[in-house]
Design a protein around this ligand. Structure first.
Ligand SMILES: N[C@@H](CCC(=O)N[C@@H](CS)C(=O)NCC(=O)O)C(=O)O
Length: 231
């Protein structure tokens, strides 16, 4: 069994998609981000950056194996299942390139844009504009990569699973896909997969949807090193 530490956000969906695609035996542990579950000592043992997603793999010889960071988790699960990652050196290199692109670019820029669209006080125009531009720039990167390709690596893989969630929520972030027809087609193709539907529905009722904001929640927002001392 794999314990899956999860909250219903785009970063959580990435791993939920892979667990569903592979049919792994997993149990979801809901991390209540607004209540500070991510800073509990038991969770920090598994995810030292105090973020979900994370997993604890019990299907191993010896002690259960903790894995944090979505890109690392997807590679771990791809190697465990032997699925959704090319095994030839060039294919593997391309997988790593697109995973690193996602976790270093599309993910954090989308995350910051979401912060300023959904949770920050009004009047943060420069910040919002910066991340809106960066999010748009990353859509263009994906658009160019998908030219002449159905999927990021040619065949459906963990590279699609990691990039899909942040493209899925383009509209709520205020971005239009009209100028990115390859991304729009790819998004449409992916969102019909049963595994992706199941992942997005996982604990859907627990989505934040404006409940916790920068003004009313000092656990999830305005963080500093102090947060690691609070629990
Ligand atoms: N680079 C990380 C990002 C994970 C991340 O930012 N998770 C957010 C939710 S979407 C989180 O756990 N936030 C809790 C917090 O900031 O306290 C990954 O891709 O796994």
């Amino acid at each position: 069994m794999i314990e899956f530490f999860y909250a219903p956000t785009p970063n959580g969906w990435k791993v939920a998609i892979m667990l569903e695609e592979c049919g792994f035996d997993y149990q979801t542990r809901l991390i209540r981000l607004g209540e500070g579950d991510q800073f509990k000592p038991s969770f920090l043992q598994i995810s030292p950056n105090a973020k979900m997603p994370a997993i604890l793999d019990h299907e191993v010889d010896g002690e259960p194996v903790p894995v944090f960071e979505s890109g690392a988790i997807l590679i771990y699960l791809a190697e465990k299942s032997g699925r959704f990652m090319p095994t030839d050196p060039i294919g593997k290199k391309e997988t790593l390139e697109w995973l690193f692109w996602q976790v270093g670019n599309q993910g954090p820029m989308g995350g910051q844009l979401s912060h300023f669209v959904n949770y920050a006080p009004e009047g943060e125009d420069y910040s919002r504009q910066r991340y809106s531009g960066e999010y748009d720039r990353n859509l263009a990167v994906l658009e160019r990569r998908l030219t002449g390709r159905q999927y990021i690596l040619g065949e459906y893989s963990i590279a699609d699973m990691i990039a899909f969630p942040w493209a899925f929520i383009a509209k709520p972030l205020g971005a239009s896909l009209d100028e990115f027809p390859n991304v729009a087609d790819w998004r449409q193709r992916l969102k019909q997969r049963p595994a992706i539907i199941n992942a997005i529905n996982l604990f859907k009722d627990n989505q934040n949807r404006g409940r916790n904001t920068a003004q009313n929640n000092s656990l999830l927002f305005n963080q500093s090193s102090e947060h690691f001392k609070t629990k």
